[in-house]
Design a protein around this ligand. Structure first.
Ligand code: SF4
Length: 256
């Protein structure tokens, strides 16, 4: 007869303490709650005012082009990707054209985006799967997108949100990760859990726009080193430990 496994009290206590540490901030004694709906609403309102109608900075004319551009954008600036993709899509305009290549044949065309060997494998693999399993069309479902080589939730969320206008999740890139911590919207360390925290705290109809706005904010003002806090529309709502100027108290846990 199978014996049910039990955790020792010590192991359980350790696990509970770890979970509590990773969980989003709880209301503090003085009544401050970083996740309070009115605070989140105010953050969203100010982002709307500062960054109205922003969208993905990667140039594309189809779901396929956006998918490839997003794969190429890993560890690389959108500006560099935008320099590479016009000629890339002129030479190989369809998933079928890229599926006919070997990764080695694609490498010279994407070399300047960095990590080009892995990226070439991902792009050619995605092209083969799109042509072989999805009749040459990029799927519009999360679970199907995740079957494509080189595609994880971030890339899938970019394609679903920007091209298909489907709010299935929240794009978590380096800017969203950093600024969500500074704004105390999450305390999680990995992208998967940060996304889950944001999905709980943000209304679903803002999931797509929030990422675009935060990515713009991360490039314009809330940069990794020396954020421009004196110019920031969120300043008096932000308690980040690494602020460069503050009119409110800072919280040492509010950091990336
Ligand atoms: S106040 Fe500074 S740290 Fe906070 S969101 Fe604005 S730029 Fe970023």
């Amino acid at each position: 007869m199978p014996v049910a496994q039990t955790r020792t009290p010590k192991r359980q206590a350790k696990k509970t303490a770890k979970a509590a540490k990773a969980a989003p901030s709880k209301p503090k004694k003085n009544g401050y709650d970083p996740l309070a709906p009115e605070r989140v609403r105010e953050i969203l309102k100010r982002l709307d005012q500062r960054y109205p109608a922003v969208t993905c900075a990667l140039h594309h004319k189809s779901a396929w082009e956006l998918l490839v551009a997003t794969i190429l954008s890993a560890q690389c600036t959108d500006a560099t990707v935008n320099k590479v993709t016009p000629e890339l899509f002129r030479k190989y305009p369809t998933p079928q054209a890229m599926a006919a290549l070997s990764p080695e044949e694609l490498e010279p065309d994407i070399r300047s985006t960095g990590f080009f060997r892995n990226k070439a494998k991902s792009v050619v693999g995605a092209a083969k799967t799109v042509t072989g399993d999805f009749q040459g069309k990029v799927p519009d479902e999360m679970d199907q997108l995740l079957h494509l080589p080189g595609v994880a939730r971030k890339t899938a969320n970019v394609v679903l949100g920007t091209w298909f206008h489907k709010a299935v999740g929240v794009v978590v890139d380096t800017h969203v990760d950093r600024i969500s911590h500074r704004l105390e919207l999450t305390r999680s360390k990995d992208a998967k859990n940060i996304e889950q925290d944001l999905m709980k705290v943000l209304p679903q109809n803002k999931w797509i726009e929030f990422s675009h706005q935060i990515i713009h904010h991360g490039r314009a003002l809330c940069i990794a080193r020396k954020p421009k806090c004196a110019e920031c529309p969120l300043e008096n709502l932000c308690h980040a430990a690494d602020k460069t100027w503050s009119s409110v108290e800072v919280h040492k846990t509010a950091r990336a």
